[in-house]
Design a protein around this ligand. Structure first.
Ligand code: THU
Length: 138
């Protein structure tokens, strides 16, 4: 299994591609699939705001669209363009819900300020009592 540090480094690089001309808050994500592949994502904003997509969902959608549905870890980080990172960026509620669709509650979500300062929580801790596929599919 890839080291958390390496996944964070990949997320830092993915953040470079963030398109965030409105918030200037650039986010990067790296989603490790069970087959060892890593899917990266960044946030992509839109002049009409609401269609904007978060880094985590960009990574997840890239993976699922490539036929990959099993994941073992997610790294995410974000901070304002031209500034230093001072805090952890946790996945928004919409991303937590979308991750819940495909990832187990025990999947670690690695929130990072840099490759050495990490805060790790499971998806289940971030979204307790989630409503998911089991509720509809049994
Ligand atoms: N954003 C993400 O990409 N992921 C998060 O977990 C939190 C927020 C993005 C959305 C928007 O482009 C910008 O950060 C400011 O909210």
């Amino acid at each position: 299994m890839m080291e958390y540090k390496e996944l964070v480094q990949i997320a830092i690089a993915a953040r470079e591609n963030a398109y965030a001309p409105y918030s200037h808050f650039k986010v990067g994500a790296a989603l490790l699939a069970k087959d060892g592949r890593v899917f990266t994502g960044c946030n992509i904003e839109c002049a009409s705001y609401s269609p904007s997509n978060c880094a985590e969902r960009t990574a997840l959608f890239k993976a699922v669209s490539e036929g990959v549905r099993e994941f073992s870890a997610l790294a995410v980080l974000g901070w304002k363009e031209g500034e230093k990172c001072t805090g952890f960026a946790a996945p928004c509620g919409v991303c937590r819900q979308m991750l819940y669709e495909f990832c187990g509650t025990d999947m670690p979500v690695i929130m990072a300020k840099n490759e050495d300062e990490l805060k790790v929580m499971t998806l289940g801790e971030l979204l307790p009592e989630g409503f998911g596929p089991a509720n509809l599919l049994g």
